[in-house]
Design a protein around this ligand. Structure first.
Ligand code: ADP
Ligand code: MG
Ligand code: MG
Length: 189
């Protein structure tokens, strides 16, 4: 259930995972990017945790968006930030998690103009939300979707600069998004 309480819990869990996996996420970003994804996300989530997360679900999403847009730097800041902003708007209309998360996907696509299969965070978000819509999303699936980005060739973002050589590496934004979905599951959203 998406409530202020479960959402705050999910964000706290997401922050914990990002801080623990900070070096791993930056390592994933090294062969196909500039090696900063873990640091970017850790900086952003530290700012989220330092902000006042009181209020209702739309308020919490909005404050999360502002902190991420303001502090992440890099492509992932505005992408995650827009996702959170759009989820905030949608959550004023519905508390169905799949519908709210779909609005997050739309935000990422509006901002980054990527489609499924371009080796970005969308290759976690799109199948994860589809599974949730179909009735269930497990942590094993969430991890598998991130693993599956290994086979893809990047055609968007910094990883597209290395072209074919991006194959064989997990996309860092897909992996950080996997931690986000795991956090939602663990918090009972
Ligand atoms: P930067 O590439 O600016 O250093 P980060 O390293 O923090 O930023 O984030 C990189 C991640 O952002 C990628 O792994 C990918 O998942 C995601 N990304 C990049 N461009 C796009 C895009 N156009 N659409 C969706 N996600 C994207
Ligand atoms: Mg980077
Ligand atoms: Mg960078």
């Amino acid at each position: 259930m998406l409530t202020a309480e479960t959402l705050r819990k999910a964000l706290t869990l997401f922050n914990d995972k990002i801080q623990v996996q900070k070096d791993y996420l930056s390592e994933l970003d090294t062969p196909i990017g500039d090696g900063d994804h873990g640091n970017n996300m850790a900086r952003g989530m530290t700012a989220v945790m330092a902000s006042d997360l009181s209020g209702d679900v739309p308020d919490i999403f909005k404050k999360t968006a502002m902190a991420l847009i303001g502090k992440v730097g890099g492509a992932s800041g505005p992408l995650y930030g827009t996702a959170m902003m759009e989820m905030g708007k949608k959550s004023a209309e519905t508390t169905d998690p799949a519908t709210v998360l779909e609005a997050g996907i739309a935000g990422i696509q509006k901002r980054g103009k990527a489609e499924a299969g371009e080796k970005t965070m969308l290759d976690e978000w799109i199948p994860a939300v589809a599974a949730l819509k179909a009735g269930s999303l497990t942590e094993a699936q969430v991890q598998q979707f991130a693993e599956d980005t290994k086979e893809l060739i990047a055609t968007k973002g910094r990883a597209s600069y290395v072209g074919e050589r991006s194959k064989g590496h997990i996309d860092p934004g897909a992996m950080s998004s996997a931690y986000f979905f795991e956090s939602l599951i663990e918090a009972g959203v």
